[in-house]
Design a protein around this ligand. Structure first.
Ligand code: PLP
Length: 421
């Protein structure tokens, strides 16, 4: 921040304090923490509540989907999502209701059994480490930590993980077995990986059993007309001589129902066999009727795209509100910088070092819940205390605007306090 902006801020400390006091007196109760669809978005899929309909319970091949079996999931549904996830249908499994479960399972299987190319189960290594691009998704970090995997932060740039930092870490640390990636509309920045960065990732000179956890959660979640260049990560990995390097994940949690969607796992033929072998001990087959419901609702890749346009119509104005309020309230004081995502569910706001926690605490004091500072980093530790995740989709537009205005009031006071200190 420039000295001019700093002096303006500190000069206005009293003004910002009284604005904050007034805000507090209003007794608001608003929540900007929830990265989930709003009820009007869920309603877009309500036809599913009566699909596939009485008497409809077979797939195209005539299989009775009411029964056990079909561990790879419904071929029709896998065909619908094959292109979006860039995984050939035979290598794409449609499974349960949550991709996080699959990520947890895959890491657990790796810890217990190793992956193709492992000398031993990862859990028998003295230390297993994962690279964690930051800012990143708190639940990735939670899974990693829960399973005893050490986390090493690396910066996330606008075009993907900082490759120089990734290479430097791998060069000195043979315990590194994996990296978390959200290649499209990353949580929480909205950044989109470039094909060049993807190529670098699959070409890394890393351990034989190094794995990229490619969580393509937001592959079809666009809020503008722009479309990211599809990255065929499995082919890139094969071309680079590392065909087994990538695990692809995705789900319909934010396409249909969050919690009652369908999750996907895709990878090389060998990795899919490996996964299926261990997953077979867990289940005699996924909920194929839920998958059939999804086929009936979405029907085709074009059907998915049309459905996602309806989501866009509901949430693009909310993302626009974030840009409008931050621009109007923060820019005049040179406070903060924020991402302007073209899709996904989040915006990342970066404030002055040491201010994020204070701003969030002030907001909480005025009844406005903001995701805790640090949640975007491994071990909940943002060493700069500067990154704040904004989740605009869930509140109504009125509550969102009120929450953003109030949060800016809190942030300006926190910044002014720091400038005056
Ligand atoms: N992956 C990312 C990057 C997410 O942001 C989320 C939800 O916020 C999920 C996965 C959750 O996916 P699922 O509902 O399929 O478990």
């Amino acid at each position: 921040m420039s000295t001019a902006a700093t002096s303006t801020l500190s000069d206005r400390l009293a003004e910002f304090q009284s604005a904050y006091d007034e805000l507090k007196a209003r007794g608001l109760k608003l929540d900007l923490t929830r990265g989930k669809p709003a009820a009007d978005q869920l309603a877009l899929s309500d036809a599913m509540l009566s699909l596939p309909g009485e008497g409809v319970f077979t797939d195209a091949a005539g299989t009775d989907l009411r029964n056990y079996g079909g561990p790879s999931g419904l071929p029709e549904l896998r065909a619908i999502f094959s292109d979006a996830l860039q995984v050939p249908v035979p290598q794409l499994l449609a499974l349960g209701n949550s991709s996080l479960t699959l990520m947890h399972d895959v890491l657990t299987f790796a810890m217990l059994h190793g992956v193709p190319g492992s000398e031993r189960p990862w859990g028998r290594e003295e230390t297993v480490s994962f690279l964690c691009p930051v800012p990143g998704y708190d639940r990735h970090f939670a899974i990693t930590e829960a399973l005893g995997v050490r986390m090493i932060p690396v910066p996330l740039n606008e075009d993907g993980p900082d490759i120089a930092a990734v290479k430097a870490a791998i060069a000195v640390d043979p315990t590194i077995k994996g990296i978390w990636c959200v290649p499209v509309y990353s949580n929480p920045t909205g950044d989109v990986y470039s094909p060049e960065v993807a190529r670098e990732l699959v070409s890394l000179d890393a351990a034989d059993d190094f794995r990229i956890f490619w969580d393509n959660a937001y592959a079809v979640h666009h809020i503008t007309d722009w479309r990211p260049e599809p990255i065929d990560i499995l082919s890139l990995a094969a071309e680079a001589g590392h065909p087994d390097r990538v695990f692809v994940f995705g789900s319909t949690s934010k396409v249909t129902y969050a919690g009652s969607g369908v999750a996907f796992f895709g990878s090389s033929v060998e990795n899919v066999q490996w996964f299926s072998r261990w997953a077979a001990f867990q289940s005699i087959g996924p909920d194929k009727l839920n998958q059939l419901r999804h086929v009936a609702l979405l029907q085709s890749p074009e059907g998915v795209a049309a459905h996602m346009e309806k989501h866009r119509a509901l949430i693009a104005p909310k993302f626009a509100a974030v840009q409008e309020v931050f621009g109007r309230r923060l820019s005049p004081f040179g406070v903060g910088s924020w991402t302007d995502p073209k899709g996904g569910y989040f915006v990342t706001l970066t404030v002055s070092p040491g201010v994020a926690k204070r701003a969030i605490a002030l907001a909480a004091g005025a009844g406005i819940a903001i995701t805790p500072a640090g949640s975007t980093h491994p071990y909940l530790d943002d060493p700069e205390d500067a990154v704040i995740r904004i989740a605009p989709t869930f509140p109504t537009i009125e509550d969102l605007n009120a929450g953003l205005e109030g949060f800016c009031t809190a942030l300006l006071l926190a910044e002014a306090e720091k400038a005056a200190a």
